[in-house]
Design a binder for this molecule. Structure first.
Ligand SMILES: CC(C)(COP(=O)(O)OP(=O)(O)OC[C@H]1O[C@@H](n2cnc3c(N)ncnc32)[C@H](O)[C@@H]1OP(=O)(O)O)[C@@H](O)C(=O)NCCC(=O)NCCS
Length: 198
């Protein structure tokens, strides 16, 4: 199997909503996704799609061309979003289908979004995470995010606090360390990022 990272499309929304409901107590609405998909200048939404890998001798770009030529699609197993405004890369959402967690896919999503942010001259990255969500916090720490603040009662469903986490700067040295971690991730996950495919 190969995992493909590509931009989210309108037709993905029903499946994304299902994964959202399985992942968050207060999922986004279809309207929010529609708005974010249209707002491509600042909002970068991606999905992870699973693909059979029968023709792996082809280059990543040739594989992507073949799949899009077939006009077929595979199951979606994760998604993520990043707002890029005035040098700030704000991770807006990230989730992996519960059946596929613990295989490096959440990390893949985060790395993919950070690579896009670096490419688009993002200078730093921020996000909010529930105080109780130690799994996500471990993922962010692995990629050098640090706690820089706390938002009291941030989450509407249970008034839980959010930790504000940040990684700064997103510079050439960070890009190099990110590439290093990506190299390790490639040993675990076979994937193609449409954004960087050659
Ligand atoms: C957070 C989430 C996206 C992680 O995705 P995942 O595919 O399971 O994570 P990965 O397999 O890529 O793991 C990456 C890192 O996350 C951390 N991590 C993953 N699972 C963990 C666990 N059960 N306990 C502690 N840390 C964990 C580790 O640092 C791991 O790095 P390692 O493999 O080198 O140990 C996933 O758990 C999820 O969808 N959760 C529900 C939605 C959510 O909470 N999103 C974050 C909102 S802020």
């Amino acid at each position: 199997m190969t995992t493909v990272m590509r931009p989210m499309r309108m037709e993905d929304i029903p499946t994304v909503l299902e994964m959202d409901r399985l992942s968050f107590p207060t999922p986004w609405s279809a309207r929010t996704y529609e708005f974010e998909i249209r707002n491509r200048d600042t909002s970068h939404l991606v999905v992870l799609e699973q693909r059979e890998n029968a023709v792996s001798r082809l280059s990543p770009r040739a594989l992507l061309r073949r799949w899009s030529g077939n006009n077929t699609s595979g199951p979606l197993i994760g998604y993520g979003g990043c707002w890029l405004i005035a040098g700030e890369a704000h991770i807006s959402t990230i989730a992996v289908h519960p059946d596929y967690r613990g295989r490096g896919l959440g990390e893949l999503l985060l790395v993919g979004m950070l690579q896009r942010a670096l490419h688009l001259k993002g200078e730093y990255s921020v996000l909010e995470v529930r105080v109780s969500n130690v799994t996500a916090q471990a993922l962010y720490r692995k990629h050098e995010y640090e706690v820089v603040g706390r938002r009291k009662g941030y989450y509407r469903d249970n008034s839980e606090d959010a930790l504000l986490m940040e990684v700064r700067p997103l510079d050439a040295a960070y890009a190099e360390r990110l590439n290093h971690r990506l190299h390790a991730l490639r040993q675990r996950v076979q994937y193609i990022d449409q954004f960087t495919a050659k």
